[in-house]
Design a protein around this ligand. Structure first.
Ligand code: ADE
Length: 222
């Protein structure tokens, strides 16, 4: 998969994709990630990419030209163009699986007070990572890229994400490792039993219990 991220703050991405699983996925060519500064596409002699809003109001608005030209330059028939904005569709794990099937993602990070409404005409999907407002789409794009990359074939084993929280509308079950007793806290006996059927039942029950406690909405119980 190829992912192009359009941003005015390329430096923000330093480090984030240079560690751990994402770095390995890049090194092993499972994903190609390009950080593109769309200021490089502006026709403005002063390199401006924003302007005041028509009708008045606070703040500056991203203009159409640099983003239109940048997307036009990199888009192919295989591209899906995503705009990150708090007014987008709430991002869910199911969506991550859908995006992981795409060949090329172009992710536009909004910034400042907003963007010219006409930018929406060149976008396939608008996504929000949650009901809160960030200073821009950069951190949201990192969340999106991380959640999609880990699902790409060969990045982590399928067994590692098969039981992820949110698959089957359930949160993940609790896991334990050595030692068997830590500060008086014991590992549940069933996990030491070697009885795989019982372990599976226990995990499922714990998943349901946890989901009922903290995310009843996932079970349709709220
Ligand atoms: N930009 C600012 N806030 C955002 C959010 N919650 N999701 C996606 N992009 C954003």
């Amino acid at each position: 998969m190829k992912i192009d991220i359009l941003t005015l703050f390329p430096e923000m991405f330093k480090g984030v994709f240079e560690e751990s699983i994402i770095k390995r996925a890049i090194d092993e060519k499972k994903v190609e990630i390009n950080i593109i500064n769309f200021r490089d596409y502006t026709n403005d002699p002063h390199k401006k990419v924003d302007d005041t809003p028509y009708g008045g109001g606070a703040g500056m608005v991203l203009t159409c030209q640099p983003i239109f030209d940048c997307v036009n330059d990199i888009k192919t028939n295989d591209s899906k163009v995503i705009l990150l904005t708090p007014s987008g569709v709430p991002y869910k794990q199911k969506h991550a699986y859908e995006l992981a099937d795409e060949k090329h993602l172009i992710i536009i990070c909004g910034h400042y007070e907003g963007f010219d409404e006409r930018i929406r005409t060149i976008v396939d999907e608008e996504i929000s990572i949650g009901d809160y407002v960030l200073t821009g789409g950069e951190i949201a794009s990192m969340v999106l890229v991380d959640s999609v990359t880990r699902l790409l074939p060969g990045v982590i084993t399928e067994a590692s994400h098969k039981d992820d929280s949110f698959n089957n509308n359930l949160l993940d079950y609790p896991t334990y490792t050595k030692p068997r007793v830590y500060n008086g806290l014991e590992v549940p006996e069933v996990l030491l039993s070697g009885d795989h059927k019982k372990i599976e039942e226990f995990r499922r029950e714990e998943s349901i219990k946890k989901t009922r406690e903290v995310r009843p909405d996932l079970l349709g119980d709220d």
